[in-house]
Structures are given as structure tokens and as C-alpha cells.
Design a protein around this ligand. Sequence first.
Ligand SMILES: C[S@@+](CC[C@H](N)C(=O)[O-])C[C@H]1O[C@@H](n2cnc3c(N)ncnc32)[C@H](O)[C@@H]1O
Length: 256
Amino acid sequence: MTDADTTTAAADWRAWQESWDRQQEWYMPDREERFRVMLDMVEALVGTAPRVLDLACGTGSITARLFDRFPDATSTGVDLDPALLAIAEGTFEGDERVSFVTADLKDPEWTARLPYDSYDAVLTATALHWLHRDPLADLYGHIAGLVRDGGVFMNADHMIDDTTPRINAAERALRHARMDRAKRDGALDWAQWWQLAAKDPVLAGPTARRFEIYGEHADGDMPPAAWHARVLREKGFGEARPVWCSPSDTLLLALK
Ligand SMILES: C[S@@+](CC[C@H](N)C(=O)[O-])C[C@H]1O[C@@H](n2cnc3c(N)ncnc32)[C@H](O)[C@@H]1O
């Protein structure tokens, strides 16, 4: 590869990161605020040089914000999607603070692939609703085994309180009306973003493989925050509660 080729590839990864962020923000306008509070709680509980597991890392969104704020942090990104992992690996190429691991979080042996057996913080966003409750409860058991005593787990995701159906419906209607307006103004949704990836010469192969693995999107559950907190305590965390929420999303923190 020539220097010019390398520069072009690096620029492409940045562009893919930015278009991924815009696509995710179409669903979650408060996404950056959620990441900011997540890192505030990292700083409060495990300090500014943590060893982090970026769980279901996608393109490495959490790791990127972690390194921007805490340059002495280290990270392991784990995911199953070959296209998103290709973007993550391209983005962080040469950065010795991070390594990426391909694993299925439903595989009972997935933790054996990690480079460390203990982490200060396991962080995840917009991902665990891809799992049903039983595999998610099993995953919480594995996470409890990975977080050191005094360490944290944080999950930012859609957590639906099904005791408030009218509130949920009204919130959803407003959110979708805003999304429809943004789409008319050119915002890309999930399916359109993947159509672009499938046309990219570098990402076409891994994108075809990710569709073989997942189809369009895996099917899972969105239990309420109270369910997550209860199961995390049952699996070995000492405390667990939301530390941030929007009308549609929650950031749940569990302390070992
Ligand atoms: C919507 S993306 C979010 C990615 C990233 N956390 C972010 O906030 O941008 C959901 C991620 O969960 C990953 N994921 C879902 N189920 C998984 C599983 N069983 N094993 C590993 N990764 C999984 C997907 O591959 C995808 O990268």
C-alpha cells in the first residue's frame, strides 16, 4: 500500500464512523448525552485510566469517546458483525490501547476469547435488546464474572416499562413524527445505511457475511430497567439503578 492509499483508507473509515453516528442519532437524538453520562460514571467509580470492555462495540463508538476523554484508558471491543468490526479495526489501526475480538455473546464460551479475564468497566449501548431475556440473563452472569470487585457495568438501551402503555404510545408517536421529518430531510435509516455499506468495495464482503449471520436485525426483548437491575443483582452485582434516562432510553449502572 502506498502512503496515498493509506490516507484514502483512513479518510474512508472516518466517513463511515460519521455516517454510522448520524444513522444511530436518527433513532436516538440523545446518544452523545448518554455517552457523556456513561463516561462521567466511569470517572466517578473507576477513575480516568480504566481497562474497558466495549461490549457489542459495533464501530467502536464507546471506545472512541473513551479515548477522547481518557487517553490513558485501554479497551477491548467485542462484536460479531464483520462489517462493523472492519470499520472499528480500520479506525483504530496502530492504536495499541485497543484490540477487537469477534465473538457471539450468546456463545457460553465467548469470554475465553478476551485478552483479559477482568475489567474495570464493561460498557454497552443500543445492543442488548438484540437478545431475548434468557440469553441476556446468562450474559449478565458472564459480565458479573468479568467485572472486578468495585468495577462497573453500564447498559444504555431501550428499556420499556409496560405498565405505562399510554405514555409509551404518546412518546413513540412524537419520536416517530420527528424521525419521519428528519428522513424527509435526508437522514439515513438502518436499512439504507446497510445498502450503502453493501455497495462499498471494502465493506461489500463483510456486509454480505453480516446479513448471513443476522439477517436484517436480530430479534430480542426490551425489558424494563427494573428487570435489568434485579437480574444484575441476582448475578452478583451489589448495586444497580438507572443513572440517566430519556423518555425512550435508560442508562443502567451496576456496581460490583
Ligand atoms: C446498533 S449496534 C450498536 C453498536 C455500538 N454499541 C454503538 O452504540 O454504536 C448493535 C451491535 O450489537 C451487536 N450484537 C448484537 N447481538 C450480538 C451478539 N449476539 N454477539 C455479539 N454482538 C452482537 C451487533 O453486531 C451490533 O454491532
